[in-house]
Design a protein around this ligand. Structure first.
Ligand code: ATP
Length: 246
């Protein structure tokens, strides 16, 4: 089956940099839920920006539904299907009220005002955000902003979600809610997080992105990461069903 998105030998070097940030990445996306971990500066966010076409690869090809993304029209088609949750919700929310923010995407995709309002309301309700419609976006708490930001992308009904550190600044209760929400979504998801417990509770496979390279994380390595990040916790779920070596 043709993957929704495919990265073929993708490399990227920032214009002023002396070293590439991404080195020869091959990856197929569009099924299941995948976690990405890696050290600061390893290239995770750069990889996301390449997947949504915010950055153009220096080498390699980005394919959407089997076709190379090469012009603005291709990019538009790709972005329609990819919901990108930014690390900082303030980069995502810009309308005065929650309803306007969540309705913005559907309106932009061609829905009429009534339809956009209905989609926005249903999406907010689906996330348990009852009575949020007229709340002032910039006055929401960090956790509320994160869920509303998620609503803005879900309202556009993307096929795949890219979530960059979605648990940043969430209290344990809101994080549990997010886990429940993500596990209940039909969309494929690619999630960057430093929190292995969180990734363990929502993803089926794990990759590391380090020095610009991506590798599937075999069970033993997951155990190592767990020791480094969270000494003393229970064994990782993936250890029960070892993954092939990446
Ligand atoms: N706009 C930029 N110009 C030049 N170099 C950049 C730019 N943005 C990122 N970099 C560099 O590219 C490399 C990868 O950065 P990136 O932000 O993708 O890492 P990351 O894995 O997301 O890190 P973190 O976990 O800290 O968010 C780093 O060395 C970083 O300094």
């Amino acid at each position: 089956m043709t993957p929704l998105i495919k990265l073929e030998n993708i490399c990227y070097q920032y214009p002023a940099a002396t070293e590439p940030a991404i080195r020869d990445i091959n990856l197929s996306l569009g099924q299941g839920r995948t976690g990405i971990i890696g050290p600061n500066g390893g290239g995770k966010t750069t990889l996301f920006h390449l997947i949504v076409g915010l950055l153009k690869p220096t080498e390699g090809r980005l394919l959407f539904q089997g076709r190379e993304v090469s012009c603005k029209k291709d990019l538009y088609q790709l972005r329609k299907e990819v919901g990108f949750l930014f690390q900082n919700s303030d980069d995502q929310l810009f309308s005065p009220t929650v309803l306007e923010d969540v309705a913005f995407g559907p309106l932009n995709l061609g829905a009429g005002p009534e339809e956009a309002r209905e989609v926005a309301q249903n999406t907010l309700e689906g996330l348990g955000l009852y009575g949020f419609e007229e709340r002032i976006t910039h006055r929401l708490s960090g956790g509320e902003k994160k869920l509303v930001a998620l609503a803005t992308i879900l309202a556009m009904k993307p096929k795949i979600l890219l979530l960059d550190e979605p648990t940043n600044n969430l209290d344990p209760r809101t994080q549990d809610r997010l886990v429940e929400i993500l596990n209940g979504l039909a969309q494929s998801q690619l999630i960057i997080s430093h929190d292995l417990d969180f990734l363990d509770s929502v993803t089926e496979e794990l990759y590391t992105v380090e020095e610009g390279r991506i590798n599937l994380c075999p069970a033993g390595h997951i155990h190592e990461h767990r020791h480094i990040h969270q000494a003393g916790n229970q064994p990782h779920r993936h250890e029960k069903s070892p993954l092939p070596n990446g």
